[in-house]
Write a protein that binds this ligand. Structure first.
Ligand code: FES
Length: 350
């Protein structure tokens, strides 16, 4: 059986290749015309060294100078020697440009434009060549705004195996995407998308997992939950989500979260509203509603997507609590002129 291997590059681009049984990742990349870093192709030099973010593989034959046992235990691997035993996500050294591969473009049509509230829209797209668009849950696409030279980036809120693509858009006064959606967009419009991009994606669930979402930062986390639910495999560790918004009407897709809570045995979630006049049962900020159990004494993987202030506040919170999560993956909205949210400024792992 062949396996799907995602090669994620330092510039945020991701390419997917198919690796056949007994084939190495490097050979399959070569066939796909992706020039990953290579020298000896023999497990001797370490030039191809990559990091496996998720999946299992046979590491092949190599010498200690190329890859030490400690490195192999940490998850480093040699694409010129390794054969996948499952689908894999590999973090490659270098950029996609260095690998002489570029961003892919897709054409799509708007199938549905839906307003949750005055400030939040949902778009559903039917994309041409859907079979060629692979992405990791949590990643985003750059969408060209029709009638302008600009583009905005939005995380998929649909899962990688869903036929239709879904995105959430938080509007902003005078934002180019906002103006398009409010004034010109119609079902059937053609859009051009580029991607997928982003290093904020779901890894293997190896420990208790905490998802923190602010506003439309719920979108990539919905894609992650969809992936988990669609896999049919119950996670071995608890997953808790704290989803915070400013006003009651900012809460979206809560019915979807309830569906995931029913489908995924170990998944729980809380919604939290900051507005002091709200009658929501949980008020304030997400960190005020985390318990010792959610924090697992720091043995947790954290995924956060929200505005910059939330990322900073959560970082400060770890410090105050004396906690250093095993992994802290985050993506924060851009703070550009438009403030249209779903837009990415920076992603990282700490
Ligand atoms: S290219 Fe030398 S170890 Fe892979």
């Amino acid at each position: 059986m062949s396996h799907k291997v995602a090669l994620t590059f330092e510039d945020g681009l991701t390419k997917f290749i198919k690796v056949n049984p007994m084939e190495t990742v490097a050979d399959a990349a070569y066939k796909a015309r992706i020039n990953i870093p290579l020298d000896c192709r023999d497990g001797a030099c370490g030039t191809c060294k990559a990091f496996c973010e998720s999946g299992t593989y046979d590491g092949g034959d190599y010498i200690d100078e190329a890859l030490t046992d400690d490195e192999a235990d940490e998850g480093f691997c040699l694409p010129c020697q390794m054969s996948p035993e499952s689908d894999l996500v590999l973090r490659m050294a270098g950029t996609a440009e260095m690998a002489k591969t570029g961003i892919a473009e897709f054409k799509a049509t708007i199938e549905r434009l839906h307003w949750y509230a005055d400030n939040t829209a949902g778009i559903t797209l039917e994309v041409e060549n859907r079979d060629e668009l692979h992405f990791l849950p949590g990643q985003y696409m750059n969408i060209k705004v029709p009638g302008t030279d600009e583009e905005r980036s939005y995380s998929f809120s649909s899962g990688p195996d869903d036929q239709k693509l879904k995105f959430l858009v938080r509007t902003a006064p005078d934002g180019v995407m906002t103006t398009y959606l409010r004034e010109r967009a119609a079902e059937g419009d053609e859009l051009v998308l580029e991607g997928p991009v982003g290093s904020f994606f779901l890894r293997d669930i190896k420990r208790r997992t905490l998802m923190l979402a602010g506003g439309t930062g719920i979108a990539p986390q919905l894609a992650m939950l969809e992936k988990i639910a669609a896999s049919g495999i119950q996670p071995a560790h608890p997953i808790h989500m704290a989803y915070g918004v400013t006003f009651d009407h900012d809460l979206v897709e809560v019915a979807e979260l309830e569906r995931y809570a029913a489908a995924i045995e170990n998944f729980t979630f809380d919604t939290i509203v900051a507005d002091k006049d709200s009658e929501h049962p949980r008020k304030g900020y997400v960190t005020q509603h985390l318990t010792d159990e959610h924090l697992g004494e720091g043995d947790i993987d954290v995924y956060l997507c929200g505005p910059p202030a939330m990322v900073d506040a959560v970082r400060g919170y770890w410090k105050n609590q004396g906690i250093e999560p095993a992994n802290f993956y985050y993506e924060r909205f851009a703070t550009g002129v438009s403030h249209e949210q779903g837009v990415h400024a920076e992603a990282g792992a700490a």
